[in-house]
Write a protein that binds this ligand. Structure first.
Ligand SMILES: CC(=O)Nc1cnc2ccccc2c1
Length: 445
């Protein structure tokens, strides 16, 4: 679908436009390709969603952190051919530095953990909501930016950390009114693939390449995957073995194929037993085809999906115990997830769960005559100091003011009129009960 139509709003010709506009003087009112504006109604929905992200993060005792959207390009250069590193929004700045608009959050988190080094005590539980960028050929008309909620735990080597992160995801869905009948969370482990490749004594350097291919599962058919795997030079029985294992949806069968005592199976069994304790067992299922296209995962991986299969992954994450050493630091066990702001909104629309986005203002203060604009301002100011939201309206007909009061769901209309003001009074209309009374201006609250 085309993301934004040409702007319908017409700009009046002004000399400013002629200096900034193009030939016919009108500046392009659309934001750059693949990016979005957030006019008030869209911003209310985004704020509502981000407030939920923050509340869940607080429920899980995570601390908020933030980073520049601009990062050094070197932070994201990785050898495996992941899609995310092939679409870097990169450039050279005026100082000759190779920089990027970050495509993901995790490397920045790792950079800050390393920078904080000895001064922080583990475990660290950090979250952030940040804009991420990719430079896509516009042939696909996809967005080039989105906002991502990230939650990451540093310093917990055991599966308990993944269990905590999955609870955060389930809490978020429940708070938005989404049930386990709408959404599931596929869980697997990078170690499953590792165990299969070890069964066929595949060299380690092929792992990341195989991971990137296998991540295309769901976007490509099995035979296309098979062809790509064969093209990496894997022996055909290894390719068959990978395909067979990736199609598994049962832990029991996985154990039969991989044998007992395999770490992958032990980790997953522990996670599923935690799920019972947390009470979210009906949300998760084992699915060996989950590999998440990021080469730095080293353990359990998971992604949330809509059970109708109409949408792309809603969120995803996993364990990445060896990311810090790729930046030259000693490793700290880590796991986390990213939750984008786009698919979740599509899901809410699908389920008819979009929250009510109407405005709500406490009071409208309206002077009935021009010379009462002063008193109206002092009334508005004293109400605001008492914590009431006030829309001070002027130069409008009373008819417009009543319509406006409805539009912004005002609780009260405070009319400042001559006859009342002479007696130090104002007229108050309670819009819900239509009740109307006079009150001393100084006693208004
Ligand atoms: C559905 C959607 O907007 N996806 C999206 C949009 N922009 C991105 C930018 C960077 C990385 C991933 C991204 C993913």
């Amino acid at each position: 679908h085309w993301l934004f139509s040409a702007s319908s709003s017409t700009l009046t010709h002004s000399d400013a436009a002629s200096t900034h506009g193009d030939a016919d003087g009108i500046v392009d009112v659309n934001p750059p390709r693949g990016t979005r504006d957030f006019p008030p109604e869209d911003m209310r929905l985004r704020t509502l969603l981000f407030d939920q992200f923050r509340e869940v993060s607080h429920l899980m005792a995570f601390e908020e952190v933030d980073f520049p959207v601009l990062e050094l390009e070197a932070l994201f250069i990785r050898k495996a051919g992941e899609e995310i590193t092939q679409q870097l929004y990169n450039f050279e700045d005026k100082g000759g530095q190779r920089v990027v608009l970050r495509p993901e959050i995790t490397p920045s988190l790792a950079r800050l953990v390393i920078k904080q080094g000895k001064s922080v005590s583990l475990p660290l539980k950090w979250f952030t909501i940040g804009q991420c960028w990719r430079y896509e050929r516009m042939t696909r008309g996809r967005r080039r930016e989105h906002y991502q909620w990230n939650m990451d735990i540093f310093g917990v080597p055991k599966v308990r950390a993944e269990a905590e992160l999955i609870q955060a995801i389930v809490l978020l869905f429940q708070r938005l009114g989404i049930a386990s009948s709408d959404v599931g969370i596929r869980v697997s482990s990078w170690k499953v693939l590792q165990a299969v490749l070890n069964m066929y004594t595949i060299p380690e350097h092929l792992f990341t390449e195989v991971c990137v291919i296998v991540d295309k599962l769901g976007k490509m058919t099995m035979e296309e995957i098979e062809k790509e795997l064969i093209s990496t030079g894997l022996p055909s029985e290894a390719v068959q073995g990978i395909i067979d294992v990736l199609s598994l949806k049962s832990l029991v069968k996985l154990e039969e194929v991989l044998g007992s005592g395999v770490e992958a199976v032990a980790d997953l069994k522990k996670l599923f037993s935690f799920a019972d304790q947390y009470g979210y067992a009906d949300w998760i299922c084992f699915d060996a085809s989950v590999v998440r296209g990021l080469a730095y995962y080293t353990g359990i991986v998971f992604e949330a999906f809509d059970r109708e299969g109409k949408l792309r992954a809603i969120c995803g994450g996993g364990r990445y115990d060896r990311l810090l050493s790729t930046f030259g630091s000693e490793d700290i066990p880590a796991c986390g997830f990213g939750f984008g702001d786009a698919v979740i909104v599509e899901l809410l629309k699908e389920k008819g769960l979009l929250p009510d986005m109407s405005r709500q203002i406490d009071d409208i203060v309206f002077p009935l005559d021009e010379e009462l604009e002063g008193p109206a301002s002092s009334i508005a100011s004293s109400l605001r100091k008492k914590g009431r939201s006030v829309d001070l309206v002027e130069d409008k007909r009373l008819k417009w003011v009543f319509k406006h009061a409805e539009r912004i769901n005002a609780s009260r209309l405070i009319l400042v009129g001559n006859s009342e003001w002479e007696r130090g009074m104002v007229r108050v209309k309670v819009l819900s009960t239509r009740e109307e009374f006079e009150v001393k201006a100084g006693e208004l609250e």
